[in-house]
Design a protein around this ligand. Structure first.
Ligand code: DX5
Ligand code: ZN
Length: 216
């Protein structure tokens, strides 16, 4: 059963309450929140006060994707802002093992994200400790970009690595997801699809979420 995590980055920030209520009524499984620091990625989005406000209204778990340098500095702030899943980039953590244990110690699910050029084998020795692994299918920083097809190969490789290492991690894919790329990702082994632009640019985001749910 495929899970859908709509990315709020493409929501209408003047009407966030309306969009979150729409997601509460939709078949979305969680909400994907993209935090950007202007250093790790060439863009700045929103931070903890906004996430905390969203958490008071959302009935779905918050899947927080931190595109920031040294995210281990913010574990307790992420937890206090209401996150269920804390997603950190492999490329942003010098001591990834420590950060993963801190996230779990704070009571959140631990997820690690890989940029498009980072091979899945880099997670060989941490996969068994993870609840989720996120593969970027675009270079992080912006919504509405084109899906990088090499992600399909990486998804299959990651599925094999997860099975081999006895990990229970789910596979999430982020960037350029639509009905076509989504269908290919489901056959490659994806468990969770993030979708921003495809959902929020639609006339009926709820219908698009339910079409994505039908992919798997
Ligand atoms: C990109 C973000 C994504 C983004 C996905 O840096 O991590 O979550 O919102 O957007 P779409 O689905 O529009 O590619
Ligand atoms: Zn994201």
């Amino acid at each position: 059963m495929i899970q859908i995590s709509p990315s709020l980055l493409s929501a209408n920030f003047l009407n966030l309450e309306r969009d979150i209520e729409m997601l509460n009524e939709s078949e979305a499984d969680m909400l994907h929140l993209d935090v950007m620091d202007g250093v790790f990625v060439p863009n700045i989005s929103f931070g903890f006060p906004v996430i905390k406000s969203i958490s008071t209204l959302s009935q779905k778990p918050l899947d927080v994707h931190l595109m920031i340098v040294d995210p281990g500095r913010y574990v307790s702030q992420v937890r206090d802002s209401g996150a269920a899943i804390m997603n950190v980039h492999y490329e942003a953590c010098t001591h990834l093992h420590r950060v993963v244990q801190q996230i779990k110690g704070a009571g959140m699910k631990a997820a690690v994200t890989l940029n498009p050029a980072t091979p899945v084998c880099m997670l060989e020795d941490i996969a068994a400790d993870l609840d989720m692994i996120l593969l970027m299918s675009v270079n992080p920083g912006f919504g509405g970009q084109k899906f990088i097809p090499n992600t399909l190969k990486k998804t299959r490789q990651l599925k094999e690595l997860i099975e081999r290492t006895g990990s229970h991690a789910t596979i999430e894919i982020d960037g350029g997801v639509n009905l076509e790329t989504g269908a290919e990702l489901v056959s490659a082994g994806a468990d969770i699809l993030v979708a921003g632009n495809f959902v929020f640019s639609a006339e009926s985001p709820k219908d698009v979420i339910s079409q994505l749910k039908k992919l798997g």
